[in-house]
Write a protein that binds this ligand. Structure first.
Ligand code: XBP
Ligand code: MG
Length: 236
């Protein structure tokens, strides 16, 4: 029997990547005067690597091979990423990023039916707090029995570790949970943890391979804005 819903955050709760994280990375690059800029298309490619620090490292290795960091590379990336987190939270507080259709409706419905809620994301914990409190309200942080985020596990999505961690915290079996994701990396993480998964695609992910997902939707739907099933079927 279904006991809990586990949500990805970036791209699933809200469209945070293009106008949120990407912009924050670029502001951090500006502050550090490194002269890099991640445009919308390049960022789409870099999203294949989950985790901001991991994404910066990948970019350096593949696009800036001649770059010499002024301090040890790990420290340089960590500092740059701290600045990025600061800009991202500032952006959320100043302009906010709306939740995607149906997200709040589903959270309310789940709570009414006694389902437990959790978050499984690769993003930094402070970003989860900021997105939930600006998108819904601070009180909503208490709705989640487990907020699994960022470096709490060693291997980020597509590894299943963050979902395994979540199941352990919730003390539930994979079969008692349903995950919500927006990307192929997220689907792989959930599927490899044995959890059934519903995908809501977005502009960055709609052409990805969601093998193993039970249901692929354009979004979760609102009254007057029905969702479209792109593939799959959820039984039971
Ligand atoms: C989201 C990510 C994150 C964000 C940036 O993936 O990969 O890295 O892009 O956040 P998912 P940080 O939706 O699959 O969890 O910079 O805080 O890592
Ligand atoms: Mg996502």
């Amino acid at each position: 029997k279904l006991k809990a819903l586990i949500f990805d955050l970036d791209g699933t709760f809200a469209e945070t990547e293009r106008d949120g994280h990407r912009v924050a990375f670029n502001r951090a690059f500006g502050e550090a005067r490194v002269g890099w800029h991640w445009d919308v298309a390049l960022y789409g490619q870099l999203l294949a690597v989950t985790g901001g620090k991991e994404r910066i490292r990948y970019y350096l290795e593949h696009y800036q091979q001649d770059f010499c960091p002024p301090v040890a590379l790990d420290e340089f990336i960590a500092k740059l990423h701290q600045a990025k987190t600061r800009y991202y939270i500032e952006l959320l507080k100043e302009q906010g990023i709306p939740l995607r259709p149906g997200v709040l409706r589903l959270l309310h419905a789940a709570r009414e039916q006694g389902l437990r809620l959790a978050i499984a994301t690769t993003t930094t914990p402070e970003n989860v707090t900021a997105l939930v409190s600006t998108g819904i309200g601070r009180h909503a942080l208490d709705w989640f029995d487990c907020i699994a985020a960022g470096d709490i596990v060693k291997a980020k999505k597509p590894a299943p570790d963050i979902y395994d961690y979540c199941l352990e915290q919730l003390q539930l079996e994979a079969g008692q949970c349903l995950a919500f994701e927006d990307s192929a990396n997220g689907v792989r993480a959930a599927v490899d943890a044995g959890i059934r998964v519903v995908v809501t695609v977005n502009d960055y992910t709609r052409d990805e391979d969601f093998a193993g997902a039970d249901l692929v939707l354009n979004h979760l739907g609102e009254p007057g804005q029905p969702c479209q099933v792109l593939s799959g079927k959820l039984d039971g």
